[in-house]
Design a protein around this ligand. Structure first.
Ligand code: 2HG
Ligand code: ZN
Length: 473
């Protein structure tokens, strides 16, 4: 319990002004529940700073009072990373008012944006300068750049452009004690000691608050060719990936795996979706080539490669989007799988990564395991096969099955993650740790690596005020 909460609120209000501090229950409420409704927290206030100096003064105050701070972006975390605990003793620091694009440098192919910019806002700023900011996620209209970087977000373009971490040139971060770490470099080459900024990418606000970032831009994508391809299995999908990368001089920018069960869920729950191929096949791939040239040339390349693959029996069927509308319809099927799964009812999610070459063997082990040990569930394993990331999710067959599935969620999760570990994979490919996977991090991370993480945490946040209980405990 905070000793004199009224006093602390008054000090915070003096820094933030009336508009910058929310204390009424109704105003604070939206910040207390995570996107998936897994957690319900409490907070004595929500700070909404306008600039880096306000963040700095808020953190200095909180550090002096030993009050915990929970950085909060667009609240789209899958792991409860931005939700406070239940004590009511924590301060949520919402970044949404820090949403300025500080500058675009076309010659340097970079821009500087504040943490509270939505991802869509950053993409739009790049597009206005005829450049591309390639990070792309389902939640891009509401997730914020600070959250994307703090969780090292992934999405559908990772195989070409990398994760959020790979897109960062520099950062501005407020440390736990309020000091401002200005490493907001625009340099692509800078070998001057430790890469300090990288500590905060993926730290989920446990080491400091990212307030702004200098990020890389790329040539605008002007041409896209998109195909929906039926394949016999995950092995065939991976073989097709290798073939398409080779045939296109590595122009494959997205390569998403979709099982029949996921397509059926989407057709059932999402209005306006149709089966692109008519006939039912066991697995599909959404494959997109992109470049800055002409769509016709990419379409021809895609058609030629797929025709050869079909003739050899390497794929079962395929259709190529003939217009922007058709392309959007194909992407809608993929993008709506999480929503279709949510509408279907209870489920368990596993955000796993494996070396791409091991995906097929993993599925040969994990698929039958689910069929035998989780009879009440349907496996919906889909996702970013191009970079080895599968959303190995299980949906309950019906409401009654949902209760059974949820009752043994922990043991299912343990078995799947143990198998992933055996294959040299990761139990968190792109969704982070938050509060959901702290136990997993302890289980699957070596003692040496964990001790390095703890040493960093201790050095940068000795009073443990930064998002305590997330990532480490
Ligand atoms: C996606 O790829 C997201 O659509 C969500 O990462 C995955 O809901 C999921 O499990
Ligand atoms: Zn994903």
């Amino acid at each position: 319990m905070i000793a004199n909460v009224g006093d602390l609120r008054a000090k915070l209000r003096a820094v933030l002004g009336a508009e910058g501090l929310l204390t009424e229950a109704a105003d604070v409420a939206p910040y207390l529940t995570d996107h998936r409704r897994l957690y319900q927290g409490a907070a004595f206030a929500v700070a909404r700073p306008l600039d880096v100096s306000e963040v700095s003064r808020v953190l200095a105050l909180c550090d002096a009072h030993r009050v915990a701070v929970v950085p909060h972006g667009g609240n789209t975390s899958y792991c409860g990373g931005a939700t406070p605990d239940e004590t009511g003793d924590q301060l949520v620091v919402a970044m949404s008012r820090m949403k300025r694009i500080r500058g675009v440098d076309v010659a340097n192919d970079s821009l500087i944006a504040e943490a509270g910019c939505t991802l869509a806002q950053v993409q739009a700023a790049a597009a206005r300068a005829e450049r591309l900011f390639p990070l792309s996620l389902g939640s891009e209209g509401s997730c914020q750049l600070g959250g994307n970087l703090s969780t090292n977000a992934g999405g559908t373009n990772v195989m070409r452009y990398g994760m959020a971490r790979d897109l960062v040139l520099g950062l501005e971060v407020v440390l736990a004690d309020g000091r401002v770490l200005d490493v907001l470099s625009a340099l692509r080459k800078d070998n001057t000691g430790y890469d300090v900024k990288s500590l905060f990418l993926g730290a989920e606000g446990t080491l400091g608050v990212i307030t702004a970032a200098s990020v890389k831009l790329f040539p605008m994508v002007r041409a896209r060719a998109t195909a929906f391809v039926a394949v016999a299995g995950v092995g065939a999908a991976v073989a097709l990936l290798t073939r398409m990368r080779g045939a296109s001089s590595d122009r494959v920018s997205s390569f998403e795996l979709i099982p029949r069960a996921a397509l059926e869920l989407t057709l059932r729950h999402i209005a306006g979706t149709t089966d692109p191929l008519g006939t039912a096949y066991p697995w599909y791939v959404l494959c997109e080539l992109s470049g800055s040239g002409f769509t016709d040339a990419l379409d021809a390349l895609l058609e030629e490669s797929l025709a050869a693959a079909l003739a050899e029996g390497a794929i079962l069927d395929a259709t190529i989007a003939a217009s922007g509308r058709e392309r959007e319809a194909l992407w809608k099927i993929r993008a709506c799988i999480p929503e279709a799964q949510r509408r279907e009812g209870a489920g368990v999610k596993h955000d796993i990564a494996l070396p791409v070459g091991k995906l097929a063997e993993f599925m040969q082990r994990a698929g039958p395991w689910v069929a035998t040990h989780v009879p009440e569930g349907i496996l919906i394993a889909y996702g970013h096969v191009g970079d080895g990331n599968l959303h190995f999710n299980i949906s309950a067959k019906d409401a009654q099955a949902g209760a059974a599935l949820l009752a043994r969620m922990e043991s299912v999760r343990r078995a799947i993650h143990d198998l992933v570990n055996e294959f040299g994979g990761s139990f968190s490919a792109e969704h982070g740790i938050g509060q959901l996977k702290v136990g997993e991090l302890e289980r699957y991370t070596s003692p040496v690596e964990l001790s390095v993480m703890r040493a960093v945490k201790q050095a940068l946040d000795p009073n443990n005020i930064m998002n305590p209980g997330k990532v480490l405990r």
